[in-house]
Design a protein around this ligand. Structure first.
Ligand code: ADP
Length: 260
């Protein structure tokens, strides 16, 4: 039995095909999200990677901010439930999920039955999100995918006091004018993000195992800064950006089994 999870975020479109509720067959990522051609392209790509046709999918579950725009979906679920479900599948002992996406930060508390118990979210602002890091990378003239590696080369502590995109941008420009090393500025940016995310997480209480999900967890500099801020290890799956799509495919499997 094959189920397809489609996660349409604000910034990226992700798909994942799951076989029999346990084996990941294929994934795709397109770096544009809802309201763009991203969802259609991600869908074409995941099917092409799996050498399968849409008719072979037993259930299609959509999630994410743009889930209502997918008319081929059999059903839709919130990204909170899907991230929790995907994280529990990958890390059965997870108690805290920290999801940083393109425009939001969510912290989920998972109970001992592996169910979502509570959550907190950032307000409607890009502070400390993937978008914030993309703007900072642009000002520093580096690629967002290089931030983690570059921050590892830092030798000097630089304080970036704000995660407001506008204020931080002017702080970064003034550091550049002072000829501060780019790698040190990046590490300062990571610490600022970590401090904001940890503040949010502490409102819920951070219990181990702590898992990070979402595209920003691919930045190892952010993961490291957050580990030191919360004083706990953080685990990240190679499927970090697909955890929501995985959760959707898992819920889809449950529904498909009921239908048969
Ligand atoms: P959403 O679901 O909100 O659209 P995602 O969880 O897909 O967001 O994450 C998108 C964010 O992840 C983007 O801001 C992007 O810059 C960041 N991202 C994706 N890949 C990487 C990477 N390799 N290194 C650092 N950041 C990344």
């Amino acid at each position: 039995m094959y189920t397809l999870g489609i996660d349409i975020g604000s910034t990226a479109s992700k798909c994942l095909i799951l076989k029999d509720g346990k084996e990941i067959v294929s994934t795709s990522t397109v770096s544009v999200g809802t309201g763009t051609t991203g969802p259609k392209r991600a869908l074409e790509e995941v099917l092409k990677n799996a050498k399968m046709a849409i008719e072979e999918m037993d259930f299609i579950m959509a999630t994410g901010y743009g889930r209502n725009s997918i008319d081929i979906a059999d059903d839709r679920m919130s990204e909170l439930s899907c991230h929790a479900r995907g994280a529990v599948f990958l890390f059965p002992n997870v108690k805290t999920v920290i999801d940083i996406g393109g425009q939001d930060i969510k912290v989920l508390k998972i109970n001992s039955q592996g169910m979502l118990e509570n959550f907190v979210m950032n307000d409607k602002c890009a502070a400390g999100t993937g978008r914030f890091l993309e703007v900072m990378a642009r000002v520093l003239e580096v690629e967002v995918v290089e931030l983690g590696k570059l921050s590892k080369q830092s030798t000097k502590e630089v304080n970036i006091s704000s995660t407001c995109t506008v204020f931080a941008e002017s702080e970064v420009i003034s550091q550049l004018a002072k000829k501060t090393e780019i790698v040190d500025i990046i590490k300062g940016i990571h610490r600022a993000v970590a401090s904001k995310v940890a503040g949010l997480a502490k409102r819920l209480g951070v219990e181990e195992d702590v898992i990070m999900t979402g595209g920003v967890a691919k930045n190892e500099g952010i993961v490291e800064a957050l580990e030191s801020e919360i004083g706990k290890n953080i685990r990240v799956s190679e499927y970090t950006q697909h955890v929501g799509a995985l959760g959707a495919a898992l819920f889809g499997y449950k529904k498909a089994k009921k239908k048969k």
